[in-house]
Design a protein around this ligand. Sequence first.
Ligand code: NAD
Length: 468
Amino acid sequence: MKKKTFFQRVSGYVDQAAKFTQYPTGLIKQIKECNSIYKFNFPVKVGKEYEVITGYRVQHSHHRLPVKGGIRFSENVHEDEVKALAALMTYKCALVDVPFGGAKGGVRINTRNYSEETLEAITRRYTTELINKNFISPALDVPAPDYGTGAREMAWIADTYSTFRPEEINSNGCVTGKPVSMHGIRGRTEATGRGVFFGLREVVNMAEDMEKIGLTPGLEGKKVIVQGLGNVGYHAAKYLQEGGVIIIGIAEYNGGVYDPNGLDVEEVRQKMTDTGTVMDYKNAKNVEDANALLEYECDILVPAALEGQITIDNAPRIKAKIVGEAANGPITAGAEEILLQKGIMIIPDLYLNAGGVTVSYFEWLKNLSHVSFGRMDKRYEELTNTSMIKAMEEAIGQPISHIYRDRLIKGPNELDIVNSGLEETMVNAYQDVREIMLRDSIPDLRTACFVTSVSKVATSYISRGIFP
Ligand code: NAD
C-alpha cells in the first residue's frame, strides 16, 4: 500500500470525522482543500555567489479572515508539508475558537548553513514576495514563528512590511510572535510550551481516563521524555517540570541524555546553548542515537521536534502510556493505528500545541487596539480592591495577612491576562472535545478533535450562505 502523504493524512482525519457528522459531501470536500497555494523562487547573495531559494505560503481556508499560521525554515520544506501544516492550522484555530482560517509558510533552507546577515536577507526578501502577492497583511494573512524561526525573524518581517506599507495604521498586526519591544505580547515566546503543559495537566487530571491506561491522576511524579529542546520542547519541559513531573530523557537531533532520577531542564538547555549538544550532562547516560529515546519506558512521551517521528517501524516499541503531540504531525497514520491498538493515549497536535496560535490571537488583538492588556484598568482595579480589603478588615476588626492582602489587591498585568486567557482556552477546549467524544461514542481523541473543528468550520460556511 502506498504511504499517505502528510496532507493526505490530515485530509483522512477529516474524512474519518465526517462519518460522525451529517454535512454534505461537497462541503466536506471544500473544507479539506487548500484555497490558495503560492510557491516562489528568489535569489539571495551568499558570499560572492547567488543562491536560489524556494519559498511557500499556503492559505488553507478562507472561511474566516485573516488566515494564520507559522513560517518554517527547514531544508525539508516541501509543498505537501506546507499544505498539511496549513490545513492543521484551520482545524486548530477552530478547535480553540480563534477566529482565523489556517495558513502556513515555508522556506527551504538549513538555518545552520547561513550567517545571521544572510538569514535576514532571506527573511526580508521572502516577506517582499508575500507583500507583492497580498499574502501578508493584518486583515488577510498573519504569519507567526514555527520550526527554525522565532521573534528575531518576526521582527524582520514586521519591519519589512511597515516599510512597504507605512500608511497602514494596523501594520504591526501583519505578523505575531514579535519581540515585546516591537509590539509583541508578553508570554508569546513560551505560549506553545505553556499550552502543552496546561493541556497535559488537564488530560491527566481526568481520573477515570487515567485509570483506563493504568496511570494515577495528576502530573506529580510522572516520568516524561521530550524530543526536541527548541522553543516548544524546552518550554513544555520547563513548565511540566515545575508542575511536578520528572523529565527523564531529552532527545536532540545530534544525541540525547537519559537519567531515571531526572534531568534539570534549565541546565540541559544551557548546556546545549553553550556546547551545541545536550550530551555529556552530569551523570546522565548519553544516547548517541537519540531516536532510541522515544522507545524508552516512561509515562508521557512528548515529541516536540518535527513530523513523522513515530512510524510503523518504531511504533511497536513505544512504551509510553501517553504520547502528547507538541510537534505537528509527529505520528504517521500507520503508527497511530499501532499505538491505539497498544492502548496508548494520543493527545493530538491540533489541540496540544494550540497555545501558540491562541496567544498570537491575543497579540493581534493588542496590535489592532494599539494598547497593551491591563494598561487601562490595572491601577483602577488595585484601588477598588484596596477599598474592598479595607472595608473587610473594618468589618472583621483585624488586618488580613499581608500575603493574602498583596494577592487580593494586585491588578492583572499583560502577562497575567495572557496566561489566564491561555489556561482558560486550553482547559475549555479539552473539556469540549472530551464531552463530544463521550456524547458521540468517538473511539479516539484525534477524531473527536476533528469532529469538533470540522463542525465549527462547516457552521461558518453554512452561516455565510455558501452551503445549505
Ligand atoms: P525550534 O526550531 O525552536 O525547535 C526544534 C528543535 O528540535 C530544535 O532544537 C532542533 O534541533 C530539534 N530537532 C530537530 N530534529 C530533531 C530530531 N530528529 N530529534 C530530536 N530533536 C530534533 O522549533 P519549534 O518552534 O519548537 O517547533 C517544534 C514543533 O512544534 C514543530 O513541529 C512546529 O510545527 C510545532 N509548533 C511550533 C509552534 C511555535 O509556536 N513555535 C506552535 C505550534 C506548533
